[in-house]
Design a protein around this ligand. Structure first.
Ligand SMILES: Nc1nc2c(c(=O)[nH]1)N[C@H]1C(S)=C(S)[C@@H](COP(=O)(O)O)O[C@H]1N2
Ligand SMILES: [Mo]
Length: 331
């Protein structure tokens, strides 16, 4: 069932109302152009964009037609969160623990040059420059909900492709059961690293079949532009059916292992943050309920919160990954 809301004609959706063909209204995407083989000059101009410009507003990079999603269920029919909210209300502890800290402090993040190392139990380990990664597969825009364990959510049009594209190229060995995502940890440019809130680098992980799921995304942009530093430039993970902290920002290494990775939040507070961390309204955080959420920019502080959906609304797509598992035990 679709319910029309507001002048913009966006529709609110119930969990099954997700469609592969819905496209964000403004189809700006420089990254897609580059993937299609843009000139070195365009690439250089893009790479040298300063962090500050991207915190103001999107829309400086020109419009491109015809972006569609190939992935069934990849796109949520909901009004995207305002760019300003999505780029100023962030969690990126390397730049401070306040929601406003990353937008203020992440200008120092040095994203150029950038390489991502693929290592561990794979037949084809290697180092990819950011440009290699951008050319590896076609970029798509996908509108995903992101639900933070703290109880708020956003709807963000991400630009990138499925992590599986990269994983397939690495040719994981049969013994590889997990994928570990290691993120940047540079004391000189990241003021939060001198604090002891977490152990650095920030590490996240997925079971390999979770990482291979087409919804799991390697994102290079949002709202049709490159990622602002505070959102995880130049490349991050987006795993829409899990709590936001599983979506590591500014990834530098993707490592294949036979053991469950030790992830940053699980190490910091194992009784609160399990390895799976699937969005699950039926499993409370030990200190608060996970049954509802507040949509940033839409639900005021005193508004009734909206119900959180199982697997953040992606149950039809990912539910079978957890068939037979006790999700209270594997939280
Ligand atoms: N490297 C790194 N990645 C991170 C975090 C972090 O502190 N450091 N915070 C996580 C959390 S808790 C959330 S909710 C999301 C927030 O992503 P956003 O700021 O783009 O909305 O990023 C995740 N990725
Ligand atoms: Mo989060």
């Amino acid at each position: 069932m679709l319910i029309r809301t507001g002048k913009q004609g966006f529709e609110h959706s119930i969990p099954s109302d997700i469609t592969p063909r819905r496209v964000y209204q403004q189809r700006r995407d420089l990254i897609r152009l580059m993937a299609a083989g843009a000139s070195g000059a365009v690439l250089a101009a893009w790479a040298s964009r300063d962090a500050r410009a991207s915190t103001v507003a999107p829309g400086k990079l020109g419009a491109l037609p015809g972006m569609t999603s190939r992935v069934a269920g990849a796109t949520t029919i909901e009004k995207p969160t305002d760019y300003k909210d999505a780029s100023t209300y962030n969690n990126y502890y390397e730049f401070g623990t306040d929601k406003s800290d990353p937008a203020r402090n992440a200008g120092t993040l040095n994203t150029k040059p950038w390489t991502v190392e693929v290592s561990g139990l794979v037949r084809k380990p290697g180092k990819y420059t950011l440009e290699d990664l951008l050319r590896l597969s076609a970029q798509e825009e996908r509108i995903y909900r992101l639900r933070c364990v703290e109880g708020w959510s956003m709807v963000i049009p991400w630009v990138g492709y499925s992590v599986s594209e990269l994983i397939k190229r690495a040719e994981p060995a049969g013994s590889a059961k997990y994928v570990e995502f290691v993120t940047q940890a540079d004391r000189k440019t990241m003021p939060g690293i001198s604090s002891g809130v977490l152990s650095w680098p920030y590490v996240e992980g997925l079971r390999i079949d979770e990482a291979m799921h087409p919804l799991a995304m390697l994102a290079f942009g949002m709202y049709g532009e490159v990622l602002p530093n505070q959102n995880g430039a130049p490349v991050r993970l987006v795993v829409p059916w899990k709590y936001g902290f599983k979506s590591g920002k500014s990834i530098v290494r993707i490592n294949f292992t036979d053991r469950e990775p030790k992830t940053a939040w699980n190490v910091a507070a194992p009784q609160e943050y399990g390895f799976y961390s699937n969005v699950n309204p039926a499993v409370d955080h030990p200190r608060w309920s996970q049954a509802s959420e507040r949509r940033i920019g839409e639900d005021g502080l005193f508004a009734k919160k909206r119900k959180t959906l199982m697997f953040n609304g992606y149950e039809a797509q990912v539910g079978q990954l957890y068939a037979g598992m006790d999700l209270k035990k594997y939280y």
